[in-house]
Design a protein around this ligand. Structure first.
Ligand SMILES: CC(C)(COP(=O)(O)OP(=O)(O)OC[C@H]1O[C@@H](n2cnc3c(N)ncnc32)[C@H](O)[C@@H]1OP(=O)(O)O)[C@@H](O)C(=O)NCCC(=O)NCCS
Length: 189
């Protein structure tokens, strides 16, 4: 198994063909995809799956498959994306997360995202990391707050129709200095 790193309860690893079905299920779940334009069809999910694997192979970072250390259960992905749509803060590195609904409410996103931030700052040499989501997606915004990111703006996502309730986004950011000076962070985060 090609593991990149671990946190207390989670393993971050590269994807295998065996993840394809679970990935389809994740992207077809209405609850998980509530703040996206739509759920993904199997074909769309497979295209994204191939793109994620290609990106990871080319860059050495991206969206890692996340599993629970104890059980080996796949729960979704957390990782980095290069955001390059036209906006005042792009191009930038964005941290993203998408977990199976059964894995919500246990702190996995917060734990995993903190670990990814550390990997991003320490191992990948990033200086600033951004995150954004539709204003309605308060669960995702809460993760941004819990991992110490600072809310810096609201913006209309240029790739979402202006008349959609998903257009308005919150934008958060954290830099290396702030991450390492966060005294609430445990040494293993
Ligand atoms: C965004 C998403 C990852 C957040 O999941 P989440 O479960 O709310 O977040 P966490 O994993 O950090 O868990 C926090 C919750 O677990 C609880 N919790 C339990 N044990 C915990 C622990 N050890 N540490 C921290 N929180 C813990 C917290 O109290 C909190 O509960 P609450 O939701 O009742 O306030 C999830 O909703 C998701 O995948 N959504 C779909 C995809 C999506 O919208 N992605 C973002 C697009 S930009």
């Amino acid at each position: 198994m090609n593991n990149f790193f671990e946190s207390e309860r989670l393993v971050f690893r590269s994807w295998t063909q065996e993840d394809k079905d679970e990935f389809r299920k994740l992207n077809a779940d209405q609850e998980v995809m509530k703040y996206f334009p739509d759920v993904l069809s199997h074909e769309e999910s497979d295209l994204l799956f191939d793109r994620i694997r290609k990106n990871m192979a080319e860059k050495g970072y991206g969206l890692w498959a996340v599993e629970i250390k104890k059980s080996g259960d796949f729960i979704g992905f957390i990782g980095f994306n290069n955001a390059d749509f036209r906006a005042f803060f792009t191009p930038c590195i964005e941290i993203v997360w998408r977990l199976k609904s059964e894995a919500w409410g246990k702190g996995f996103a917060t734990e995993g995202a903190k670990r990814c931030l550390r990997f991003g700052f320490e191992d990948l040499g990033f200086s600033d990391i951004y995150s954004f989501t539709a204003v309605e997606n308060t669960r995702s915004e809460m993760v941004m707050k819990r991992i110490g990111m600072i809310r810096i703006a609201e913006f209309d996502h240029p790739e979402v129709p202006m008349d959609s309730s998903l257009s308005r986004h919150v934008l958060y950011m954290i830099n290396k200095k702030n991450f390492f000076s966060d005294l609430t962070r445990s040494p293993t985060d």
